[in-house]
Design a binder for this molecule. Structure first.
Ligand code: MN
Length: 388
């Protein structure tokens, strides 16, 4: 079966660093961009040049070295913003101007004080202006999630007519359910009639960013906007590592991606460090516990064959399988393996005595250390291997 390519538009350096307290300095942004390029993302949104000197310089410098991916610069639908984006992209081998304009009634009325007709004219003029200098223009409807679909269709046609080749429909406030995302993307894709790449941009306010991104792909989106570790405004953006892992495992028969998933762990750790946003241990794909097993039944299964409780091997995303963590949930298989690893012989009756003592010790603590294992072995006078 012919596979469809899903392009990954990474916005860690723009929407991601808009997370409160996550702003990165120029050196960090450049280092992360190099890692993102090595990871194989198709596009890096490097910043919003009009908004700050650091953003302008980041777009300029990332544009100067990126060879294998598009470098995108954000702009409002204003000539000054677009000019700044174009200037910042001067050195880029493949630059993209990403223009956004709000389209929902609430934003048009209260924020922009524009009618729908005025919004259409504004978008058309802005895209035309950008196309005088830039090959590639992406247009985003800010607050598309709360924009009526007929108006999204009209705006899609207008943006394509003006020269936009990528149309992005963001769920700016993270409000949509997967079926609503699919309906929105379908409306935009139908209006686009195959003349533009349709893109989705989800936020995680309801914990649905990844599910919505996958629903968008099923509805016709072929670009997904996301960030490493899902960092971003409020509850964050769709997490790149989750989308890449889903596409590389469960959906690998239908879609392909340019991302080399083996580099995910490294880039994830770098992003946590540079953004100052540590990962929750139970974070999917990149959390410290993502590949560790706690219960006795699971540990026993894992020691026999990793397929028992792992959907995919941690190597797929460049992670290592965590050593078995010993807790009060652990069973005799893991506890006895640990005492052997500590250098003691525990067979037959000794093994039973050891496990009973282990259970008592484990009741009093969260994680049983190897030091405790050795202490138990000594208190039971188990024979050490080197005494044999
Ligand atoms: Mn966003």
């Amino acid at each position: 079966m012919q596979k469809d390519k899903i392009t990954i538009f990474d916005t860690t350096l723009r929407d991601g660093e808009q997370a409160p307290g996550a702003a990165m300095n120029l050196r960090e942004k450049i280092a992360l961009a190099k890692s993102l390029e090595r990871l194989g993302v198709d596009a890096i949104e490097a910043g919003f040049p009009i908004s700050s000197r650091v953003d302008y310089d980041a777009v300029y410098q990332i544009g100067a070295f990126a060879k294998n991916c598009v470098v995108s610069a954000l702009a409002r639908a204003k000539e000054g913003d677009i000019q700044a984006a174009i200037d910042a992209l001067k050195k880029a081998k493949r630059g993209r101007v990403h223009i956004f304009l709000a389209t929902s009634d609430a934003h048009l009325k209260y924020k922009l004080k524009m009618s729908r007709e005025q919004a259409k004219d504004c978008a058309f003029g802005a895209i035309k202006f950008a196309r005088n200098f830039a090959e590639e223009v992406q247009f985003s409807f800010e607050d598309a999630c709360r924009t009526d679909h007929d108006f999204l269709r009209e705006m899609t046609k207008t943006a394509i007519k003006a020269g936009a080749s990528i149309i992005n429909a963001p769920d700016t406030v993270g409000a949509l359910l997967p079926e609503e995302t699919a309906a929105m993307i379908k409306a935009v894709a139908e209006a686009g009639e195959g003349r533009a790449t349709i893109s989705a941009h989800a936020h995680d306010d309801l914990g649905l960013a990844t599910a919505n991104s996958i629903a968008a792909i099923a509805a016709g989106a072929r670009q997904i906007e996301c960030t490493i570790n899902g960092i971003g405004e409020r509850a964050g953006n769709a997490a790149l590592e989750e989308i890449a892992a889903i596409l590389a495992t469960r959906l690998s028969d239908r879609y392909e991606i340019g991302v080399n998933t083996k580099f995910i762990s490294i880039v994830s750790d770098e992003t946590a460090r540079y953004s100052g946003m540590p990962k929750a241990p139970n974070k999917a794909i990149v959390g410290a516990n993502a590949f560790s097993h706690g219960s006795g039944v699971h540990q026993d299964g894992m020691m026999k064959n990793a397929e028992t409780y792992e959907l995919f091997s941690p190597e797929l995303v460049g992670a290592k399988r965590a050593k078995i963590v010993l807790t009060r949930h652990s069973g005799s298989a893991a506890a006895i393996a640990a005492v052997k690893e500590a250098g003691y012989v525990a067979e037959g009756d000794d093994a039973r005595r050891f496990f009973a003592a282990y259970k008592q010790a484990a009741e009093r603590t969260k994680i049983v250390s190897m030091e405790t294992i050795a202490q138990i072995a000594q208190s039971l006078s188990l024979r050490a291997y080197n005494q044999a």
